[in-house]
Design a protein around this ligand. Structure first.
Ligand code: SAM
Length: 267
C-alpha cells in the first residue's frame, strides 16, 4: 500500500478522504488555479492526489484538458473516482501508482501538479526527477507545500516547543517548502519561480476556529500510535495532543506556516 520511499502516511484513517475534502475547502483550493497556466487540451497529472479534489477542480475548470490523478493508496483512488463520477466529470481519471515510479512514458504531461506530498517522502528530489521525466519539453512542474508546519509559533511555550519539534520532525519534514526550489534546479528544471503565502490551514492568529480545530483533532487522532512511538507511550501522546490543542486555543498566540508554490519548466 505504501511506497518504500515514502514515510508512513501517519494520518491515514478510514475517513481520511472526507477530511481531505473538507481541508480543500478550508484551503480555498480554487485560488491555487492562479499558479497554473493551462493551455487548451492540456494533459495534467495530479501526483499524490489523495481524495482527488484538485484533479476534479482542474477537470471542471478546464473542460478540454485531460487530468490523471495518481495516488499510492487504492482506497483513495477509488474514493476520487466515485466523486468524479458523481460530479459527472468525464475528463478526469484516477490510477493507483507510486510517484517514484509513475506509470507513464517519458514526456506524457503538459503540467505536473503535486500538493502536500513531498513532506511525506524520504527522497523528495527523486520524486521531482520523476515529475520531470513525465513532463513534455516546455511543460510545467508545480509543487505546493508547507514550510514551518506545526513548529513555528509565537510566543513559544518553552515546555511544548521541544516536544512539537520532536513529534513533527518525526512524522514529516516540516520545512520541505523552502527545499523545493533547489531540488527543482538539481532536477534540471528551468525558469524556476517561488511564491509563498500563509498556509490557510495552519496559520492561526489567536484562538483556533472550530473548522481548523477539527482538522487538527482528526489528524492527531489518526496519528496517535505514531506519536506514541515517538514520545514513548500512549499517555505521553495524549498529554502532548491536549497541550497542543490547548496552545492553539490560546488568544495570545500566532502559529505561522507558509505555503510555498514552486514552479519550474522542463527544458
Ligand atoms: C496530505 S495528502 C495530500 C492529497 C492531495 N494532494 C491534497 O492536497 O489534498 C498526501 C497524499 O500523498 C500520497 N502519497 C504519499 N506517498 C506517495 C507515493 N510515493 N506515491 C503516490 N502517492 C503518495 C498519500 O497516499 C496521500 O494521499
Amino acid at each position: 500500500m505504501e511506497s518504500e520511499l515514502s514515510r508512513p502516511y501517519a494520518i491515514h484513517s478510514a475517513t481520511e478522504c472526507e477530511r481531505l475534502e473538507r481541508q480543500a475547502i478550508l484551503a480555498r483550493l480554487p485560488d491555487h488555479l492562479s499558479f497554473l497556466s493551462v493551455p487548451p487540451h492540456a494533459r495534467i497529472l495530479d501526483a499524490g492526489c489523495g481524495s482527488g479534489s484538485m484533479a476534479r477542480l482542474l477537470a471542471s475548470a478546464h473542460p478540454t484538458a485531460r487530468i490523471v490523478g495518481v495516488d499510492v493508496r487504492h482506497d483513495y483512488v477509488a474514493f476520487a473516482h466515485e466523486r468524479a463520477v458523481l460530479d459527472g466529470l468525464t475528463n478526469v481519471e484516477f490510477q493507483q501508482g507510486d510517484i517514484f515510479h509513475l506509470p507513464f512514458p517519458d514526456a506524457s504531461f503538459d503540467i505536473v501538479w503535486s500538493k502536500y506530498v513531498l513532506q511525506w517522502v524520504k527522497e523528495p528530489h527523486l520524486a521531482i526527477a520523476e515529475f520531470r521525466r513525465v513532463s513534455k519539453a516546455g511543460a510545467f512542474v508545480v509543487c505546493a507545500n508547507f514550510d514551518g508546519f506545526a513548529v513555528t509559533h509565537w510566543p513559544e511555550d518553552p515546555v511544548l516547543q521541544p516536544v512539537l519539534d520532536r513529534v513533527f520532525r518525526g512524522l514529516v519534514d516540516p520545512f520541505v517548502g523552502r527545499k523545493m526550489a533547489p531540488m527543482f534546479k538539481a532536477a534540471g528544471l528551468v525558469d524556476i519561480k517561488v511564491d509563498f503565502e500563509p498556509d490557510r490551514l495552519f496559520t492561526i492568529l489567536g484562538a483556533i476556529d472550530p473548522d481548523r480545530k477539527r482538522n487538527w483533532v482528526e489528524q492527531l487522532a489518526a496519528a496517535r500510535s505514531y506519536i506514541a512511538q515517538i514520545l514513548g507511550g500512549e499517555a505521553k501522546a495524549d498529554h502532548f495532543v491536549g497541550d497542543l490543542l490547548g496552545y492553539l486555543d490560546r488568544a495570545d498566540t500566532c502559529s505561522y506556516t507558509a505555503l510555498y508554490f514552486v514552479r519550474g519548466r522542463a527544458p
